[in-house]
Design a protein around this ligand. Sequence first.
Ligand code: GRF
Length: 199
Amino acid sequence: LRVAVLASGRGSNLRALHQASLEGDARFAVSLVIGNNSGAGALAYAREVGIPAVHMSGRTHPDPDELDEAMRAALVAHGTGLVVTAGYMKKLGPSTRGEFDSRIINVHPALLPRHGGKGMYGTAVHEAVLAAGDQVSGATVHFVTEEYDAGAIIARSEVPVLADDTVESLAERVLAAEHLLLPTVVQIIATRDAAPAEL
Ligand code: GRF
């Protein structure tokens, strides 16, 4: 399965996914990285390990429809079978969503449906978890739809929230869960794709 990763920042989930793809039993490869921020760590990592890396944003394509179409075309040109948004801070356009309908997944740093939606990213998510007094948090992988964090949930991985947690300590624990969950889900999707139809 050829996987394209869309990322805006650091790219630690990209790294986890790429490293998992190098394991002997992996049924997927990361074949394209698209970043909407030319300085993204994700793009730098992709270049370092030799994955095609493309910067596409309102700077490269001021017209949103053209950006959407360029993204769709790049994904198709690389033979993409699954799109993973990992810390990608923009909504996808209708033509990209239409092309890859139900083949776009996102990783979110909380247990959806709690603590999702517009504005719920980065430290805000963990602040909300701590403020709510939740005793568990975790990572969610879900399908991407038009609305933020609202698509069907594929899998979740829980971590405890400890009494003395700070946003930083909780974020770190959740991120470690994301790094295990995301490659696992992608491997399951890839395995299912490869399975005989009667399964
Ligand atoms: C992750 O916590 C992801 O769930 C969230 O943004 C963060 C991205 O981290 N949407 P990275 O760029 O993969 O390191």
